[in-house]
Design a protein around this ligand. Sequence first.
Ligand SMILES: Nc1nc2c(c(=O)[nH]1)N[C@H]1C(S)=C(S)[C@@H](COP(=O)(O)O)O[C@H]1N2
Ligand SMILES: [Mo]
Length: 201
Amino acid sequence: MNITRGFTGRPRTGRTGLPPGQYDARDDWPVLSAEVTPDLAAADWSFRLGGLVAEPCSWTWDEAHALPASAYEGDIHCVTGWSKFGVRFGGVSLDTFLQAAGPLPSATHAVAYAHTGYTANLPLADLTGGRAWIVWEHDGRPLAAEHGGPARLVVPHLYFWKSVKWVAGLELLDHDEPGFWEQNGYHARGNPWEEQRYSGD
Ligand SMILES: Nc1nc2c(c(=O)[nH]1)N[C@H]1C(S)=C(S)[C@@H](COP(=O)(O)O)O[C@H]1N2
Ligand SMILES: [Mo]
């Protein structure tokens, strides 16, 4: 995993390579959606943190863009088998949003949800420490609508189904609550390095 702080920083070098059972998609970036791509304008996008937080917070497009920029450059891994190396996303670290809302000590998990209704559950620990982003740029250009634009969640160290497109917010919980794919047999955490594809893996 390579992380850059700010858009200009030199990427930190971390673990890279193909997790077990994955192949390199090279220049392809498959579109995988259980939903129709919404016609969601940036002006209609918002991001909310609620549930077990000291102060529920909500950001408009402009408010989110006023936060300190943070970029991810590294790999992504889809449970259907493809991985991509050196993908560049720009946006804001989820840590920045979480610091504003203040997770309560009882918060252990989150459900990320989309403007379209899709959900994915994640341990809160996987969303902190510079490992998750809200992004609106790919390769320095606006994120394409089919890939989650105007803005999506990116949690690159977990299988990509956790990276909710057209992200609308996170609800912090004191328990794990299965999201869309997790209710349909997929793993609660989804760590590609441990091949946590399906529940029971
Ligand atoms: N809102 C929303 N987010 C979603 C999905 C979806 O159907 N709806 N599909 C997930 C799945 S299964 C994957 S593999 C990735 C695919 O992202 P991509 O289409 O940009 O490759 O988005 C994830 N995020
Ligand atoms: Mo997927």
